[in-house]
Write a protein of this length. Sequence first.
Length: 151
Amino acid sequence: MKPLSATVPVLLLALASCTRMPPPAPGSGMYSGQGEAAYRGGYHHGFQDGRRGRDSDYERYYYEYNPRTEKPFEKGYDLGYETGEDQAEAREVDRDAAQNHGYDAGRTDSENGQAPNHQRHRHAYTLDTESTFAKGYEKGYREGRAALRGE
């Protein structure tokens, strides 16, 4: 039986030679091996950049690809960026809708003489849109009170 100290370097060498594969990405099946890993990495970087509203620039991740894997990385990045932008736009639409619904709910509550409480309308917002709903609610409630006072 080999001593444990003799097998540790072998295990470390084996682990060091493994390339970590990024999570799956739509379209990554077009590639294999290093090309697939580059595509997946590009997709996920592009998605995050698009979602956060950053400039589209795959080259900022130059350390993630080499000359052989640049094209798959770029293709993945471009698709990921578009997908991230689409998701960001959808979230903006959700926030706008939540603010409008909050405003209407606040105005209605004030006109009906109810105490201000945006949480009464939990069904009208999600965790992601609650703060936006609450801001709209407060504005609607204030303006509804002002309208009742004739201001």
